[in-house]
Design a protein around this ligand. Structure first.
Ligand code: AQP
Length: 344
């Protein structure tokens, strides 16, 4: 069967949004509206896999929706909603909990990183997170998921779950007159120069909402111009001038990170940026990067503040999106319940 090309992606409202979320995900969501049927979600059920203060969860949900809108997502063309308003996500996630194997989940590097040495004390939800993510995607039979590099393994697991569901229930799928490849094998879309934005203080770590070793490590979307410039000025770099070719960034993670950020913010390739700045030191490159970052992020932060000042409008947009998402989700679940053998 050929599936209608459809995009699904989501972000957790679990902290202040940062440049990694923007370049690895949000900024890339926008042009896909011109080529695909798009569904973008605020995955609040994922957020609560670790403790969230209820007032903060609400604030971050509104702020993330504001960021989607400020970046250019159009709620008329695209479905924007928060996950908890469409109960079918939880329903399909339970079914996928019963399809996925413990061994598969145990191999997830994000689980290992987040659980650390204290797995026994983590929520069951954190362990089962990838099954909920598979449900988010497959409920809409999404064919493409734009994400940062850190999500690649979860997308592979989503394909494994789809494949096992299609195989385990093949007889029932056929008996109901449905296509044998009932769920698609979804493709991750990991493209651009900043698929893994790293901490500005440590080129070995990814920039992240929850793990920040230093105040200067992360550029937040709501940072003001002075703060953005200060963080870039203080970003860890090295004494060498920038190379003229990309291969020269190997073994220089901090330089690679800053060049990648420049490229992604200006919709250029790293090679193109290096053809302009190759041979120059960070004393020249960092001010140019700071100006660029402020020129892109400044207007976006202003737009975010404007949207956040009208929470009723954000709630209306999320409610409308949830109604539209729920209609698609229910079509899938009506079939899945029959495939499984649930009596209604
Ligand atoms: N550093 C990053 N570089 C590129 N892309 C990134 N993403 C996150 N960090 C980077 C992408 O942003 C999307 C949303 O991520 P998420 O909020 O669902 O979870 P995450 O990947 O775990 O993000 P954080 O910021 O690290 O959150 P915490 O700290 O709460 O876990 C995804 O597409 C992700 O790839």
């Amino acid at each position: 069967m050929t599936f209608t090309p459809r995009v699904f992606s989501g972000i957790k409202p679990s902290g202040d949004l940062h440049l990694g979320n923007y370049l690895g995900a949000i900024r890339r969501f926008v042009p896909m509206q011109d080529t695909h049927d798009c569904i973008y979600c605020v995955v609040d059920m994922h957020a609560i896999t670790v403790w969230q203060d209820p007032a903060e969860l609400r604030r971050w949900t509104l702020e993330l929706t504001a960021a989607y809108l400020a970046a250019g997502l159009d709620p008329k063309r695209t479905i924007l909603f928060n996950q908890s308003q469409v109960y079918q996500h939880a329903e399909l996630a339970w079914i996928f909990n019963c399809v996925a194997r413990m061994g598969w989940m145990n191999r997830m590097t994000q689980w290992k990183d987040k659980a650390g040495k204290n797995a026994e004390a983590q929520s069951v939800g954190l362990f089962a997170y990838p099954a909920l993510m598979a449900a988010d995607i497959l409920l809409y039979k999404a064919t493409h998921v734009p994400v940062g590099e850190d999500q690649k393994q979860h997308l592979e697991l989503t394909r494994d779950i789809a494949q096992k569901f299609n195989n385990d229930f093949s007889a029932s799928i056929a008996a109901h007159g449905l296509d044998a490849d009932y769920f698609p094998l979804t493709e991750p879309v990991i493209t651009g120069a900043a698929t893994r934005v790293r901490s500005l203080r440590d080129g070995a770590k990814k920039m992240s909402k929850s793990e920040s070793s230093s105040d200067m490590a992360t550029i937040y979307l709501m940072d003001d111009a002075d703060m953005i410039a200060k963080k870039i000025k203080k970003a860890k770099s090295d004494p060498e001038p920038l190379p003229s070719e990309e291969v020269g960034l190997k073994e220089r993670p901090e330089a690679d990170n800053l060049v990648g950020i420049f490229a992604a913010l200006s919709d250029r390739t790293k090679a193109d940026v290096l053809s302009e700045f190759g041979g120059q030191g960070f004393g020249a490159f960092k001010p140019a990067l700071a100006d660029l970052a402020v020129s892109v992020l400044g207007p976006m932060a202003a737009e975010m503040r404007r949207y956040v000042s009208d929470p009723a409008e954000i709630e209306r947009i999320l409610g409308d999106g949830a109604t539209r998402a729920g209609a698609i989700a229910e079509q899938t679940m009506a079939e899945v319940r029959k495939i499984i053998g649930f009596v209604r």
